[in-house]
Each structure stands twice: as C-alpha cells, then as structure tokens.
Design a protein around this ligand. Structure first.
Ligand code: UDP
Length: 478
C-alpha cells in the first residue's frame, strides 16, 4: 500500500524490450531507496516482467506494484496481443502502434483517478508523448526516460537545434559543437530525424514532449560519459539524473537469467558450456532484442565467426524468417560439426549472465545502449556493429571517446530493420579482422575493466548514481 508521505513514482515504460528491461531495474533501484513505484503496462508486457518484479519485491520492501491495463491493439488494425514494438508484424504498422499507445492514455487516466491518487511523479517512456500532460494535470513533475545515454542525447539536442532533419539523408555532415570531429548521415540517426510524413508527425510530438518535461533520467554514470550529462543539462535546460548502470542491481543469478523475457536456453547449459572455455576466449554475438539480418548478411556473419579462431555464443533472432537452405547450412556447419566451438541461441539469451562469465572476452553488438552498458558493467570490450536508432552515436562514444571497442566499419554496417535488400554490407573478412583485433588487443580490455570498477562504485552508497537517485527522490518529494 502506498503511504501518502512516501514518494510514489508512476512509471510508464515504453513498449519495447530495450525500455521495459531497464525500467524494471529503475523500479528496483527506487524501491531500494525506499520510494514506492507503480509500473503501468499492458498484459503481454506485464507477464514478461512479473517474475523480475516479484523477485525485486521479495528482495526489498515489496514497494513495487505492477499494473496491467487493456491495450487497444485491435482497434487500430494490429493483431491481438500486439502490445510491444518487437511484436509489430511489419514496419508500416509501427505507426498504427503509436496510435494505439495514444488510445492507451484513457486507460491510464482512469486507473490513476480511481486507484492511484497519491502520485508524486511520472516517469514517461520515450514514445508516451502524452505522459507530461497527464503529470501536469495531476500537478506533479514528469521525467522522460529515452533509454539513450547522455552523449547520444546531447548530440540529438544539438541536431534538433541545428535542424538536422532538413539535411539530405545520405550525405554525412559534421555535428557542430563537439570537442572532436564527428561526421554522420541523417539516415544514421533515430527515427524522428527521418522525413516520411508519419515519422515527421511522431518526431514533432516527441520533440514537444521532450521540451515540456521537467527532467531526464539517463541509464548511465558520470564517469562513463564525462561532462556530457552536464552539457545536456545546459543545452536542454532540463535536469538530468544519471542513475545507472541500472543492470548492476541484478546481482543474483536468478535476476540475471530472466530479465524481460524467458530465455530460450537454460542458463545452466550456457554456464556449463562457458565453464569449459578459457578465460577471455569466447565471443558473444547478439544484436539486441530485435536485431536480425537478411539471409546473405546473416550467412556472411556466420562465415566470419567460423573463420575466426575463437569460440562463440551466437544469439539468433527471427530464425523463422530465414530460408530453408540457410537453416540447413546453419545446422550442418554449427550444430553438427562445431558443437564444442559454438553455442547457438535461437531466441532469447540470458545476456547479463553470459556477459558476466569470465570466459567471455568480447561482445559483437549493435551498440544498443543497454547492451553497451551491460558490457561495460561486465568489463567486456566490444565489436561495434550499429544497425539503427541512436546506435551510430553510441559507436562514436565507444570506439573513439572511451576506446573500449573496435568497429566493423560503421558506415558499411548499416542495415536498418525492415531493409528489404538482401546484400552484404559487412564481409566475412571484416568480421574476422574486427574480432581478432578485439580479442588480442590489451588496451580496450584494460580500459573497460577500469570502467567496470567505476560502474560498481557509481551505484554503491555515496557513488554518483546512488546520490543522483537520492536527489531525484528529494526533487520529487522534498
Ligand atoms: N536481451 C537479452 N537477451 C537477448 C536479447 C536482448 O537479455 O537475447 C536484453 C539485453 O540484455 C538488453 C536488452 O535486451 O538489456 C536489449 O537492449 P539494447 O538497448 O541493447 O537493444 P535494443 O533491443 O533496444 O535494440
């Protein structure tokens, strides 16, 4: 039960795995700091995170309520149960999905008025453009959680101010105002910088939302992106609270293995397999909750992994979309012959349990911000292979600023989701070269090990993220 004097955070996690997962960690951290939390989501998503929330409640004072409300998917022409961006069947339907999230507002409002009168603050997920109006109607502050890091948010802020959405899509241009030269093309930027009519509308609504909120929550820590939270605060005029890496609150194996989804393999099997490998010898290959490739690129990546000398864990999404011949090739080359050298996970991997294993020495990643932070928190350097959203911004931070990874040729790597072209952008040779460089390089490994230590310290009592969590709570309920 929420006491009136306890600060009460109402969280609306954006309906995507990469948002839902860190949000459950944020809820846990807030509860550990004695705040009350209500997470409002949809039935499909509530089922995915319920085990995590139950464990968090068992570990802390039981202060997190998980509320599941009807989501009007079918009203806008989406299949029943399509309650998360990773379940949307095709790109054009993403816009219908946004429509449904707008209709969802009515459910949320009714719930707040009838059942949650003592809200002190709303934490709104990135696409819930109406969250700030609801908060201000209630007379409470609203914080936005984009799921991006401070560097990416700072670059986005500059790009908004310099009207980057008006430049040609494919021509790389320099982002002004950064302490180094950084060239990027508009098509490498998040969706709201793209120019289709629907993207423009969504982009404008999101920008208005960003401009109206009282502050920004960032899953990051001060040492990781030195100065960028401050620069973002100055440029945006919004309070910025860096409170991560939030995944660090998952210290028990049970918390690590089921986070946001049920793994398709048993964690025990992964650990056993990893136990048989040498320290820092395994490459973990995964492209986030939704990242997948068309068949030719998929096979080329596989050939690169086979040609490199290192054992690897390869997480494969959307396997049902691959043609029969690719599946046969996969079976013959990986499951039959190379059983001891490769572990394939077709579906959902227990990512942080794998990354935390001492045998894992490198991570081939799309540079989603959660994966980036989880790699840092585990002290694992990365091969950066960006696909979409703010990942091209993250690569700059990872490879050139922090120097904790190597890139597979950021520009060639582009393979946007929904890209119909079945071509090869990153060759087998590029894959081998990047993996060799990473696995044999000492510098990246040393630097990421130092950051791992700082990451842990940030969330310990008196650490920067710990103190930022305290000031967030103070801000909300002085
Ligand atoms: N994840 C996981 N198992 C998988 C794929 C992803 O546990 O098989 C988790 C991963 O640990 C991270 C999140 O899903 O917390 C993905 O977020 P990220 O920002 O890296 O990428 P996105 O999915 O948003 O593109």
């Amino acid at each position: 039960k929420v006491q009136t004097e306890t600060p009460h955070f109402l969280i609306l996690p954006w309906l995507a795995p990469g948002h839902l997962i860190p949000t459950t960690d944020i809820a846990r951290l807030l509860a550990m700091h004695n705040a009350a939390v209500t997470i409002i989501t949809t039935p499909v998503n509530a089922a995915r995170i319920k085990p995590t929330i139950d464990r968090s409640n068992a570990a802390s004072a039981g202060n997190i309520s998980l509320v599941s409300l009807y989501f009007p998917a079918t009203e806008v022409g989406l299949p029943e149960g399509c309650e998360n961006i990773d379940l949307v069947p095709s790109m054009p339907l993403v816009y219908n999905f946004y429509e449904a999230t707008k209709l969802f507002r009515q459910q949320v409002l009714r719930y707040i008025h009838e059942r949650a009168p003592h809200v002190s603050c709303i934490i709104g997920g990135m696409g819930y453009v109406w969250a700030v109006d609801v908060a201000h109607e209630l007379g409470v502050p609203c914080f936005i959680f984009h799921g991006f890091g401070s560097f990416a948010l700072y670059c986005s802020e500059i790009l908004h101010k310099t009207k980057a959405h008006e430049v040609p899509s494919a021509e790389p241009f320099i982002i002004p105002g950064l302490p180094f030269e950084f060239k990027i093309a508009r098509k490498e930027l998040p969706m709201h910088f793209q120019q289709s009519k629907e993207n423009k509308d969504i982009g404008e609504e999101m920008r208005n939302y960003e401009l109206a909120v009282d502050g920004v929550l960032v899953n990051s820590f001060e040492h990781l992106e030195p100065g960028y939270a401050g620069l973002l605060q100055k440029l945006s005029g919004k309070k910025v609270f860096s409170i991560g890496p939030v995944s660090v609150c998952n210290t028990k194996m049970m918390d690590m293995e089921e986070r946001g989804n049920k793994p398709t393999v048993s964690t025990d099997r992964c650990i056993q397999w990893l136990d048989s490998k040498k320290h820092n010898s395994v490459v973990y290959v995964s492209f986030g909750s939704t990242g997948s490739f068309a068949p030719k690129q998929f096979k080329e990546l596989g050939l690169g992994l086979l040609a490199s000398q290192w054992p690897f864990v390869w997480v494969i999404k959307d396997i049902e979309k691959l043609p029969e011949e690719t599946l046969i090739w996969l079976h013959e080359n990986f499951e039959d012959k190379n059983n001891s050298r490769s572990l394939l996970i077709k579906g959902w991997a227990p990512q942080i349990a794998i990354l935390s294993h001492p045998a894992v020495g490198g991570f081939v990643t799309h540079c989603g911000w959660n994966s980036t932070l989880e790699s840092v928190a585990a002290g694992v350097p990365v091969v950066a292979w960006p696909l979409y959203s703010e990942q091209f911004l993250n690569v700059k931070l990872i490879v050139d600023v922090l120097k904790i990874g190597v890139s597979v040729g950021a520009r060639e790597a582009m393979a946007f989701r929904g890209d119909k072209e079945d071509g090869i952008r990153v060759s087998k040779e590029d894959v081998v070269k990047a993996i060799e460089k990473l696995m044999t390089g000492e510098e990246e490994r040393k630097r990421v090990a130092q950051l791992k230590e700082k990451a842990e310290m940030a969330l310990e009592k008196g650490g920067s993220s710990f103190l930022n969590l305290e000031s967030l709570i103070q801000f909300v309920a002085p």
